[in-house]
Unconditional design. Structure first.
Length: 454
Protein backbone atom coordinates (compact mmCIF):
# COMPACT_ATOMS: atom_id res chain seq x y z
CA UNK A 1 0.00 0.00 0.00
CA UNK A 2 2.11 2.93 -1.29
CA UNK A 3 -0.57 5.65 -1.33
CA UNK A 4 -0.41 7.90 1.73
CA UNK A 5 -4.06 8.82 1.31
CA UNK A 6 -5.16 5.21 1.06
CA UNK A 7 -3.00 4.24 4.02
CA UNK A 8 -4.39 7.07 6.16
CA UNK A 9 -7.98 6.36 5.14
CA UNK A 10 -7.69 2.62 5.76
CA UNK A 11 -5.94 3.21 9.09
CA UNK A 12 -8.59 5.74 10.10
CA UNK A 13 -11.39 3.39 9.06
CA UNK A 14 -9.89 0.50 11.00
CA UNK A 15 -9.47 2.67 14.10
CA UNK A 16 -13.00 4.11 13.71
CA UNK A 17 -14.45 0.60 13.41
CA UNK A 18 -12.54 -0.55 16.50
CA UNK A 19 -13.80 2.46 18.47
CA UNK A 20 -17.34 2.01 17.18
CA UNK A 21 -17.50 -1.69 17.98
CA UNK A 22 -15.90 -1.19 21.38
CA UNK A 23 -18.22 1.69 22.18
CA UNK A 24 -21.24 -0.22 20.93
CA UNK A 25 -20.48 -3.26 23.09
CA UNK A 26 -19.75 -1.02 26.08
CA UNK A 27 -23.07 0.75 25.66
CA UNK A 28 -24.84 -2.57 25.15
CA UNK A 29 -23.42 -3.68 28.50
CA UNK A 30 -24.43 -0.44 30.23
CA UNK A 31 -27.93 -0.43 28.76
CA UNK A 32 -28.42 -4.12 29.51
CA UNK A 33 -27.56 -3.38 33.12
CA UNK A 34 -29.94 -0.42 33.15
CA UNK A 35 -32.72 -2.49 31.60
CA UNK A 36 -32.19 -5.27 34.15
CA UNK A 37 -32.21 -2.77 37.01
CA UNK A 38 -35.38 -1.13 35.73
CA UNK A 39 -37.03 -4.54 35.33
CA UNK A 40 -36.11 -5.52 38.88
CA UNK A 41 -37.32 -2.23 40.32
CA UNK A 42 -40.64 -2.70 38.57
CA UNK A 43 -40.88 -6.20 40.09
CA UNK A 44 -40.21 -4.83 43.59
CA UNK A 45 -42.87 -2.14 43.12
CA UNK A 46 -45.45 -4.71 42.07
CA UNK A 47 -44.41 -6.96 44.96
CA UNK A 48 -44.95 -4.06 47.37
CA UNK A 49 -48.41 -3.46 45.88
CA UNK A 50 -49.39 -7.10 46.54
CA UNK A 51 -48.01 -6.94 50.09
CA UNK A 52 -49.97 -3.73 50.75
CA UNK A 53 -53.15 -5.24 49.33
CA UNK A 54 -52.73 -8.35 51.48
CA UNK A 55 -52.19 -6.23 54.60
CA UNK A 56 -55.36 -4.20 53.97
CA UNK A 57 -57.74 -7.12 53.42
CA UNK A 58 -59.28 -9.68 55.74
CA UNK A 59 -58.73 -12.50 53.24
CA UNK A 60 -56.35 -13.07 50.31
CA UNK A 61 -59.45 -13.59 48.14
CA UNK A 62 -60.08 -9.85 48.39
CA UNK A 63 -56.68 -8.83 46.98
CA UNK A 64 -57.90 -8.62 43.37
CA UNK A 65 -59.77 -5.29 43.56
CA UNK A 66 -56.68 -3.58 45.02
CA UNK A 67 -54.50 -4.63 42.03
CA UNK A 68 -55.72 -2.71 39.03
CA UNK A 69 -53.16 -3.97 36.47
CA UNK A 70 -55.25 -5.64 33.71
CA UNK A 71 -52.40 -8.08 32.99
CA UNK A 72 -53.20 -9.88 36.26
CA UNK A 73 -56.68 -10.73 34.91
CA UNK A 74 -55.57 -11.99 31.48
CA UNK A 75 -54.55 -15.70 31.40
CA UNK A 76 -50.88 -16.27 30.68
CA UNK A 77 -50.30 -12.56 30.20
CA UNK A 78 -46.75 -12.88 31.51
CA UNK A 79 -47.35 -10.93 34.74
CA UNK A 80 -48.32 -12.93 37.84
CA UNK A 81 -48.70 -12.91 41.62
CA UNK A 82 -49.34 -15.67 44.13
CA UNK A 83 -49.75 -15.85 47.90
CA UNK A 84 -49.21 -18.90 50.11
CA UNK A 85 -50.02 -19.13 53.80
CA UNK A 86 -52.02 -20.83 56.51
CA UNK A 87 -55.25 -19.96 54.75
CA UNK A 88 -54.24 -21.69 51.49
CA UNK A 89 -52.89 -20.82 48.07
CA UNK A 90 -54.12 -17.80 46.15
CA UNK A 91 -52.94 -16.53 42.73
CA UNK A 92 -53.77 -14.06 39.98
CA UNK A 93 -56.11 -15.12 37.19
CA UNK A 94 -53.19 -14.71 34.80
CA UNK A 95 -51.65 -17.90 36.23
CA UNK A 96 -54.86 -19.73 35.34
CA UNK A 97 -54.19 -23.36 36.38
CA UNK A 98 -50.41 -23.03 36.82
CA UNK A 99 -48.12 -22.05 39.64
CA UNK A 100 -44.82 -20.25 39.85
CA UNK A 101 -41.83 -22.56 40.20
CA UNK A 102 -39.22 -20.85 42.36
CA UNK A 103 -36.25 -21.88 44.51
CA UNK A 104 -36.91 -23.36 47.93
CA UNK A 105 -36.65 -21.11 50.93
CA UNK A 106 -37.91 -17.56 51.23
CA UNK A 107 -36.19 -14.76 53.10
CA UNK A 108 -37.76 -12.12 55.31
CA UNK A 109 -36.50 -9.48 52.89
CA UNK A 110 -37.59 -9.24 49.23
CA UNK A 111 -35.33 -11.57 47.21
CA UNK A 112 -34.96 -11.94 43.48
CA UNK A 113 -35.18 -15.31 41.83
CA UNK A 114 -35.51 -16.87 38.40
CA UNK A 115 -37.70 -19.84 37.64
CA UNK A 116 -40.43 -21.18 35.39
CA UNK A 117 -43.82 -19.74 34.66
CA UNK A 118 -46.76 -20.97 32.60
CA UNK A 119 -45.26 -19.64 29.34
CA UNK A 120 -41.50 -19.85 29.88
CA UNK A 121 -38.76 -18.43 32.10
CA UNK A 122 -39.76 -15.75 34.59
CA UNK A 123 -37.98 -13.53 37.05
CA UNK A 124 -39.64 -12.70 40.32
CA UNK A 125 -39.47 -11.32 43.85
CA UNK A 126 -40.55 -13.24 46.94
CA UNK A 127 -40.77 -12.35 50.63
CA UNK A 128 -42.05 -13.93 53.81
CA UNK A 129 -44.24 -11.44 55.67
CA UNK A 130 -45.94 -11.54 59.07
CA UNK A 131 -49.48 -10.12 59.23
CA UNK A 132 -51.06 -8.47 62.27
CA UNK A 133 -52.89 -11.66 63.27
CA UNK A 134 -49.56 -13.48 63.52
CA UNK A 135 -49.95 -15.50 60.33
CA UNK A 136 -47.01 -15.92 57.92
CA UNK A 137 -47.51 -15.58 54.23
CA UNK A 138 -45.14 -15.91 51.25
CA UNK A 139 -45.88 -13.22 48.69
CA UNK A 140 -44.43 -13.63 45.19
CA UNK A 141 -44.73 -11.65 41.98
CA UNK A 142 -43.11 -12.56 38.67
CA UNK A 143 -42.91 -11.44 35.06
CA UNK A 144 -41.92 -13.33 31.99
CA UNK A 145 -38.42 -12.64 30.67
CA UNK A 146 -39.77 -12.37 27.12
CA UNK A 147 -40.82 -8.79 27.77
CA UNK A 148 -37.41 -8.03 29.26
CA UNK A 149 -35.66 -9.52 26.23
CA UNK A 150 -37.93 -7.58 23.89
CA UNK A 151 -37.07 -4.30 25.62
CA UNK A 152 -33.39 -5.15 25.61
CA UNK A 153 -33.35 -6.01 21.91
CA UNK A 154 -35.25 -2.84 21.07
CA UNK A 155 -32.73 -0.81 23.03
CA UNK A 156 -29.81 -2.57 21.30
CA UNK A 157 -31.36 -1.93 17.94
CA UNK A 158 -31.77 1.78 18.66
CA UNK A 159 -28.20 2.03 19.98
CA UNK A 160 -26.81 0.12 17.00
CA UNK A 161 -28.70 2.31 14.53
CA UNK A 162 -27.52 5.49 16.28
CA UNK A 163 -23.90 4.31 16.38
CA UNK A 164 -24.07 3.24 12.75
CA UNK A 165 -25.37 6.66 11.76
CA UNK A 166 -22.66 8.39 13.80
CA UNK A 167 -20.04 5.97 12.44
CA UNK A 168 -21.01 6.81 8.87
CA UNK A 169 -20.45 10.51 9.53
CA UNK A 170 -17.16 9.73 11.29
CA UNK A 171 -15.95 7.72 8.29
CA UNK A 172 -17.01 10.40 5.80
CA UNK A 173 -15.37 13.03 7.97
CA UNK A 174 -12.16 10.96 8.15
CA UNK A 175 -12.07 10.56 4.36
CA UNK A 176 -12.67 14.29 3.86
CA UNK A 177 -10.02 15.18 6.45
CA UNK A 178 -7.40 12.87 4.95
CA UNK A 179 -8.14 14.14 1.45
CA UNK A 180 -7.68 17.70 2.67
CA UNK A 181 -4.43 16.81 4.46
CA UNK A 182 -2.86 15.16 1.39
CA UNK A 183 -4.02 17.92 -0.95
CA UNK A 184 -0.66 19.76 -0.73
CA UNK A 185 1.12 16.56 -1.83
CA UNK A 186 -1.15 16.32 -4.87
CA UNK A 187 -0.58 19.98 -5.62
CA UNK A 188 3.17 19.42 -5.40
CA UNK A 189 2.89 16.58 -7.89
CA UNK A 190 1.03 18.83 -10.36
CA UNK A 191 3.43 21.71 -9.79
CA UNK A 192 6.46 19.51 -10.43
CA UNK A 193 5.04 18.56 -13.84
CA UNK A 194 3.96 22.08 -14.80
CA UNK A 195 7.05 23.87 -13.52
CA UNK A 196 9.38 21.37 -15.19
CA UNK A 197 7.80 22.15 -18.54
CA UNK A 198 7.84 25.90 -17.88
CA UNK A 199 11.38 25.82 -16.47
CA UNK A 200 10.23 27.58 -13.31
CA UNK A 201 10.74 26.96 -9.60
CA UNK A 202 7.97 25.96 -7.19
CA UNK A 203 7.03 28.52 -4.56
CA UNK A 204 7.46 26.99 -1.06
CA UNK A 205 5.43 29.80 0.57
CA UNK A 206 2.25 28.44 -1.01
CA UNK A 207 2.58 25.16 0.91
CA UNK A 208 2.06 24.25 4.59
CA UNK A 209 5.10 24.63 6.82
CA UNK A 210 5.47 20.83 7.09
CA UNK A 211 5.74 20.49 3.29
CA UNK A 212 7.72 23.65 2.52
CA UNK A 213 11.18 22.07 3.20
CA UNK A 214 10.30 19.24 0.82
CA UNK A 215 9.31 21.79 -1.83
CA UNK A 216 12.70 23.48 -1.48
CA UNK A 217 14.43 20.12 -1.96
CA UNK A 218 12.28 19.38 -5.02
CA UNK A 219 13.23 22.75 -6.50
CA UNK A 220 16.90 21.91 -6.10
CA UNK A 221 16.34 18.48 -7.62
CA UNK A 222 14.51 19.96 -10.61
CA UNK A 223 17.29 22.48 -11.16
CA UNK A 224 19.97 19.79 -11.11
CA UNK A 225 17.89 17.53 -13.33
CA UNK A 226 17.52 20.30 -15.92
CA UNK A 227 21.27 20.82 -15.86
CA UNK A 228 21.93 17.09 -16.30
CA UNK A 229 19.54 16.86 -19.25
CA UNK A 230 20.94 19.95 -20.91
CA UNK A 231 24.53 18.83 -20.33
CA UNK A 232 23.75 15.38 -21.71
CA UNK A 233 22.28 16.82 -24.89
CA UNK A 234 25.25 19.13 -25.34
CA UNK A 235 27.61 16.20 -24.92
CA UNK A 236 25.70 14.16 -27.51
CA UNK A 237 25.82 17.09 -29.92
CA UNK A 238 29.55 17.57 -29.34
CA UNK A 239 30.16 13.87 -29.83
CA UNK A 240 28.17 13.91 -33.06
CA UNK A 241 30.21 16.82 -34.35
CA UNK A 242 33.47 15.14 -33.33
CA UNK A 243 32.55 11.92 -35.13
CA UNK A 244 30.98 13.39 -38.24
CA UNK A 245 33.81 15.79 -39.04
CA UNK A 246 36.45 13.11 -39.75
CA UNK A 247 33.78 11.00 -41.46
CA UNK A 248 32.98 13.88 -43.82
CA UNK A 249 36.68 14.36 -44.58
CA UNK A 250 37.08 10.65 -45.33
CA UNK A 251 34.03 10.76 -47.59
CA UNK A 252 35.47 13.64 -49.60
CA UNK A 253 38.71 11.69 -50.06
CA UNK A 254 36.79 8.61 -51.24
CA UNK A 255 34.74 10.69 -53.68
CA UNK A 256 37.98 12.12 -55.10
CA UNK A 257 39.44 8.63 -55.31
CA UNK A 258 36.35 7.27 -57.05
CA UNK A 259 37.07 9.44 -60.09
CA UNK A 260 40.08 7.29 -60.89
CA UNK A 261 39.10 3.97 -59.28
CA UNK A 262 36.06 2.04 -58.11
CA UNK A 263 35.39 3.14 -54.52
CA UNK A 264 31.70 2.21 -54.32
CA UNK A 265 32.32 -0.52 -51.74
CA UNK A 266 34.30 1.83 -49.55
CA UNK A 267 31.61 4.50 -49.84
CA UNK A 268 28.95 1.94 -48.92
CA UNK A 269 31.03 0.86 -45.91
CA UNK A 270 31.36 4.51 -44.89
CA UNK A 271 27.59 4.90 -45.19
CA UNK A 272 27.22 1.99 -42.79
CA UNK A 273 29.69 3.55 -40.38
CA UNK A 274 27.81 6.87 -40.51
CA UNK A 275 24.53 5.05 -39.91
CA UNK A 276 25.94 3.19 -36.93
CA UNK A 277 27.19 6.49 -35.52
CA UNK A 278 23.71 7.96 -35.95
CA UNK A 279 22.16 4.91 -34.28
CA UNK A 280 24.60 5.02 -31.37
CA UNK A 281 23.90 8.71 -30.88
CA UNK A 282 20.19 7.94 -30.98
CA UNK A 283 20.68 5.37 -28.22
CA UNK A 284 22.47 7.99 -26.12
CA UNK A 285 19.58 10.34 -26.79
CA UNK A 286 17.14 7.61 -25.76
CA UNK A 287 18.97 7.07 -22.45
CA UNK A 288 18.96 10.82 -21.92
CA UNK A 289 15.28 10.96 -22.82
CA UNK A 290 14.51 8.33 -20.21
CA UNK A 291 15.52 10.84 -17.54
CA UNK A 292 13.09 13.46 -18.86
CA UNK A 293 9.85 12.60 -17.15
CA UNK A 294 7.96 15.84 -17.89
CA UNK A 295 8.64 16.68 -21.55
CA UNK A 296 5.87 18.19 -23.64
CA UNK A 297 5.56 18.42 -27.42
CA UNK A 298 2.68 19.64 -29.57
CA UNK A 299 2.14 16.96 -32.21
CA UNK A 300 0.42 19.27 -34.70
CA UNK A 301 3.20 21.87 -34.74
CA UNK A 302 5.93 19.28 -35.28
CA UNK A 303 3.91 17.49 -37.93
CA UNK A 304 3.25 20.67 -39.90
CA UNK A 305 6.94 21.60 -39.73
CA UNK A 306 8.01 18.20 -41.09
CA UNK A 307 5.30 18.40 -43.77
CA UNK A 308 6.72 21.68 -45.07
CA UNK A 309 10.25 20.27 -44.92
CA UNK A 310 9.51 17.14 -46.96
CA UNK A 311 7.37 18.99 -49.50
CA UNK A 312 10.27 21.36 -50.10
CA UNK A 313 12.85 18.55 -50.37
CA UNK A 314 13.66 16.92 -53.75
CA UNK A 315 12.42 13.56 -52.45
CA UNK A 316 8.93 15.04 -52.02
CA UNK A 317 8.52 16.02 -55.68
CA UNK A 318 5.49 14.30 -57.16
CA UNK A 319 4.34 12.95 -53.82
CA UNK A 320 0.87 13.84 -52.55
CA UNK A 321 1.58 14.29 -48.83
CA UNK A 322 -1.57 14.92 -46.78
CA UNK A 323 -1.78 15.43 -43.02
CA UNK A 324 -4.91 15.05 -40.89
CA UNK A 325 -4.86 16.21 -37.26
CA UNK A 326 -8.34 15.99 -35.75
CA UNK A 327 -7.18 16.67 -32.20
CA UNK A 328 -4.79 19.14 -30.60
CA UNK A 329 -2.68 16.45 -28.98
CA UNK A 330 0.38 16.85 -26.79
CA UNK A 331 2.78 14.02 -26.02
CA UNK A 332 5.26 13.47 -23.20
CA UNK A 333 8.26 13.34 -25.54
CA UNK A 334 11.04 15.81 -26.24
CA UNK A 335 10.35 17.70 -29.49
CA UNK A 336 13.73 16.86 -31.01
CA UNK A 337 13.27 13.14 -30.37
CA UNK A 338 9.69 13.12 -31.65
CA UNK A 339 10.62 14.86 -34.87
CA UNK A 340 13.49 12.41 -35.41
CA UNK A 341 11.12 9.45 -34.96
CA UNK A 342 8.40 10.88 -37.18
CA UNK A 343 10.96 12.13 -39.73
CA UNK A 344 12.41 8.63 -40.13
CA UNK A 345 8.95 7.13 -40.70
CA UNK A 346 7.92 9.86 -43.16
CA UNK A 347 11.21 9.58 -45.05
CA UNK A 348 10.71 5.84 -45.38
CA UNK A 349 7.12 6.31 -46.63
CA UNK A 350 8.10 8.95 -49.21
CA UNK A 351 11.00 6.80 -50.43
CA UNK A 352 8.82 3.75 -51.13
CA UNK A 353 5.44 5.25 -52.08
CA UNK A 354 4.18 5.47 -55.62
CA UNK A 355 2.52 8.87 -55.29
CA UNK A 356 0.65 9.19 -51.98
CA UNK A 357 1.42 9.42 -48.27
CA UNK A 358 -1.28 10.05 -45.66
CA UNK A 359 -0.55 10.96 -42.02
CA UNK A 360 -3.26 10.97 -39.36
CA UNK A 361 -3.29 11.65 -35.62
CA UNK A 362 -5.78 10.23 -33.13
CA UNK A 363 -6.16 9.78 -29.40
CA UNK A 364 -5.93 6.18 -28.20
CA UNK A 365 -7.19 6.41 -24.64
CA UNK A 366 -4.36 8.08 -22.74
CA UNK A 367 -1.91 7.71 -25.66
CA UNK A 368 -1.55 9.43 -29.04
CA UNK A 369 -1.34 7.42 -32.25
CA UNK A 370 0.39 8.83 -35.36
CA UNK A 371 -0.28 6.67 -38.42
CA UNK A 372 1.79 7.05 -41.60
CA UNK A 373 0.38 5.23 -44.67
CA UNK A 374 1.66 5.01 -48.22
CA UNK A 375 0.58 3.42 -51.50
CA UNK A 376 3.88 1.61 -52.03
CA UNK A 377 4.54 -2.16 -52.19
CA UNK A 378 4.32 -2.57 -48.41
CA UNK A 379 6.09 -5.27 -46.39
CA UNK A 380 5.04 -8.90 -46.09
CA UNK A 381 3.85 -9.78 -42.54
CA UNK A 382 6.64 -12.32 -42.01
CA UNK A 383 9.28 -9.69 -42.83
CA UNK A 384 8.00 -6.81 -40.64
CA UNK A 385 9.98 -7.75 -37.56
CA UNK A 386 13.13 -7.97 -39.69
CA UNK A 387 12.48 -4.43 -40.97
CA UNK A 388 12.59 -3.10 -37.40
CA UNK A 389 15.98 -4.65 -36.68
CA UNK A 390 19.13 -2.49 -37.02
CA UNK A 391 20.34 -2.63 -40.63
CA UNK A 392 17.26 -4.55 -41.71
CA UNK A 393 17.19 -3.65 -45.42
CA UNK A 394 14.68 -5.77 -47.31
CA UNK A 395 15.36 -4.21 -50.71
CA UNK A 396 18.77 -2.93 -51.81
CA UNK A 397 17.37 -1.27 -54.93
CA UNK A 398 17.12 2.08 -53.19
CA UNK A 399 19.78 3.77 -51.10
CA UNK A 400 19.58 3.62 -47.33
CA UNK A 401 21.11 2.14 -44.22
CA UNK A 402 18.14 0.23 -42.78
CA UNK A 403 18.49 2.02 -39.45
CA UNK A 404 15.65 4.58 -39.62
CA UNK A 405 12.85 2.38 -38.28
CA UNK A 406 15.23 0.79 -35.78
CA UNK A 407 16.18 4.19 -34.35
CA UNK A 408 12.51 5.16 -34.24
CA UNK A 409 11.64 2.04 -32.29
CA UNK A 410 14.44 2.55 -29.78
CA UNK A 411 13.39 6.13 -29.13
CA UNK A 412 9.71 5.12 -28.83
CA UNK A 413 10.60 2.37 -26.35
CA UNK A 414 12.58 4.87 -24.29
CA UNK A 415 9.45 6.96 -23.84
CA UNK A 416 7.17 3.99 -23.17
CA UNK A 417 5.70 4.02 -26.70
CA UNK A 418 5.70 1.55 -29.57
CA UNK A 419 6.15 1.18 -33.33
CA UNK A 420 3.97 -1.27 -35.27
CA UNK A 421 4.08 -2.15 -38.96
CA UNK A 422 0.92 -3.16 -40.77
CA UNK A 423 -1.01 -2.81 -44.02
CA UNK A 424 -2.90 0.26 -45.14
CA UNK A 425 -6.51 -0.54 -45.94
CA UNK A 426 -7.02 2.79 -47.68
CA UNK A 427 -3.82 2.96 -49.80
CA UNK A 428 -2.70 -0.67 -49.97
CA UNK A 429 0.88 -0.03 -48.92
CA UNK A 430 2.64 0.03 -45.58
CA UNK A 431 1.03 1.51 -42.46
CA UNK A 432 3.32 2.50 -39.58
CA UNK A 433 1.67 3.20 -36.22
CA UNK A 434 3.74 5.30 -33.84
CA UNK A 435 2.08 5.28 -30.39
CA UNK A 436 3.45 7.62 -27.74
CA UNK A 437 2.25 8.52 -24.22
CA UNK A 438 -0.07 11.52 -24.12
CA UNK A 439 0.71 14.48 -21.90
CA UNK A 440 -2.11 13.51 -19.47
CA UNK A 441 -0.81 9.98 -18.99
CA UNK A 442 2.93 10.32 -18.56
CA UNK A 443 2.92 7.87 -15.68
CA UNK A 444 5.86 5.67 -16.60
CA UNK A 445 8.45 5.62 -13.87
CA UNK A 446 11.96 6.72 -14.66
CA UNK A 447 13.26 3.28 -13.87
CA UNK A 448 10.97 1.66 -16.42
CA UNK A 449 11.93 4.19 -19.06
CA UNK A 450 15.57 3.70 -18.32
CA UNK A 451 15.22 -0.06 -18.76
CA UNK A 452 13.43 0.53 -22.06
CA UNK A 453 16.14 2.90 -23.25
CA UNK A 454 19.07 0.75 -22.18
Amino acid sequence: MRSLQRRAIVGGLVWALVVLFTGTFALFSVFDGMAAQRFQEALRDRHLQVVAALSNTNSPNEIGPFLTDPAYSRPYSGRYWQVEGPGGFFASRSLFDATLTMPLGTADEPSLWQGRGPNGPVRGVSQKILLGDGSEWVVSVAETLAAFETDRQEMRKNVGFSFGFVGLFVILGAVALVSNVVQPIRQLQRDVTERWVAGEAIEPDKYPSEVAPLVADVNELLRKNREIVARGRRQVADLAHALKTPSAALRNELITLSRSANASDALHALDRIDAQIVRSLARLTAINAAQTAHARTDVTNSLRRLERLFKAAPEGDGVDLSVSTCTASCISVEQQDFEEMLGNVMENAIKWCRSRVVISVSDEGSDVRIRVEDDGPGIEPQLRLEALKPGGRLDLAKPGTGLGLSITQELADAYGGSVTLGSSDALGGLAVDLVLPGRRSATLTKSKRHQSAV
